[in-house]
Design a protein around this ligand. Structure first.
Ligand code: ADP
Ligand code: TRP
Length: 335
């Protein structure tokens, strides 16, 4: 079975974009691949160093994975900092990575800009972020990495590190990992205010729906979603904000419901109030059970602790085999 690895930074609440873009695929893949899913707590320290928030976010993300259906019996679910082989291989990989390529990395440049904008410092960990990410993947010699498009530069760097290591050690020790998309084309869940994709770093708090939102909050956010004054001629092309509402509806409503409003749009009888009311209802029906499961897992700290302990054991077994193999190839087994 092929090895799949993916992770997310515990930097805030999980929204519908994270669910449909990432977590749903984690769940679908766990039956047919050897899956490792982890919480990138070290990575979050590069931009989000606050201890209390980190602690809460890690537990919340764990509870969210479980609530969405990630099954720790099928996939190995762990916290990055529970696997000390990762920082050890990271140290070795820092000597494989070039300063110039790290400085050129588009995600680094982007993060530098946003740190500067927020008047925050830029630490060395931010520069070597792609090295740590390469290690996350290669520590299990994973070949497939389900991530969004924004992560492509990091994957390309991971492939370079793998190639360099193999070249230096005249081996084929590491695979060259590829981004992986399960099923249909990549989904982009739009924000509710037509400001691009749904994102936890958006400035408008009403633009994203979180899996932990209460029913009333969801209904309020959907009601406030941006619309226009309505179509003026039949079969008119939909402006972005209207297309977004349809896109969101396609995720949570039945096909009949979507078709009904599509027809109404096309013959100019659509009432956005009705459409949003239906969308809010379907969104609530979708989110509420997940939210309640998140709450119950979140309260059961003993269960969460036991689960990540088991996950760390499984992850460490695989990680230490890789680390030992790599050190041996590098000539580091001395006696
Ligand atoms: P955010 O942009 O909200 O900070 P992250 O960068 O932490 O989210 O992304 C975590 C995962 O969720 C990634 O795999 C990313 O591709 C996916 N993701 C985030 N937002 C969306 C969205 N609006 N639509 C689809 N996938 C998304
Ligand atoms: N950089 C990823 C993000 O921002 C998180 C991440 C860290 C990751 N290490 C990884 C994703 C390894 C996949 C594989 O979303």
């Amino acid at each position: 079975m092929e090895t799949v690895l993916s992770g997310a930074r515990p930097t805030g609440l999980v929204h519908l974009g994270n669910y449909f873009g990432a977590i749903r695929n984690f769940v679908r893949m766990q039956d047919s691949y050897n899956c490792y899913y982890f919480i990138a707590d070290y990575h979050s320290l590069t931009t989000h160093p606050e201890a209390k928030a980190l602690n809460e976010n890690v537990k919340n993300l764990l509870a969210t994975y479980l609530a969405c259906g990630v099954d720790p019996e099928k996939a190995t679910l762990y916290i990055q900092s529970h696997v000390p082989e990762i920082p050890e291989l990271y140290l070795l990989f820092n000597m494989l990575a070039y300063k110039g390529e790290l400085e050129k990395c588009p995600t680094f440049k982007e993060k530098v800009r946003s740190q500067q904008k927020a008047k925050k410092t830029i630490n060395a960990g931010l520069l070597t972020y792609p090295v740590l990410m390469g290690v996350d993947i290669l520590i299990h010699r994973a070949a497939k990495v389900p991530v969004g498009k924004d992560q492509m530069p990091h994957l390309e760097m991971a492939r370079n590190f793998a190639k360099r290591f193999n070249f230096n050690t005249k081996s084929e020790f590491f695979p060259e990992p590829e981004a992986f998309n399960f099923g249909q084309e990549l989904v982009k869940v739009p924000s509710l205010d037509a400001s691009g994709k749904m994102s936890k770093s958006a400035t408008n708090p009403n633009s994203a729906i979180y899996l932990s939102d209460e029913d009333k909050v969801i209904t309020k956010k959907v009601k406030k979603a941006k619309t226009d004054s309505g179509p003026t001629e039949p079969n008119q092309e939909k402006p972005e904000e209207i297309e977004n509402i349809f896109d969101l509806m396609r995720l949570v409503s039945t096909e009949d419901t979507v078709n009904h409003f599509d027809e109404a749009y096309n013959n100019c009888t659509i009432r956005y109030g009705d459409m949003k009311k239906q969308l809010a209802e379907d969104m609530v029906a979708f989110v509420a059970p997940i939210r309640e499961r998140i709450k119950s897992y979140r309260q059961d700290e003993a269960l969460l602790a036991k689960m990540v302990k088991q996950g760390a054991e499984k992850a460490r077994a695989s990680a230490s085999a890789t680390l030992q193999g790599a050190k041996e190839l590098m000539g580091m087994r001395y006696f």
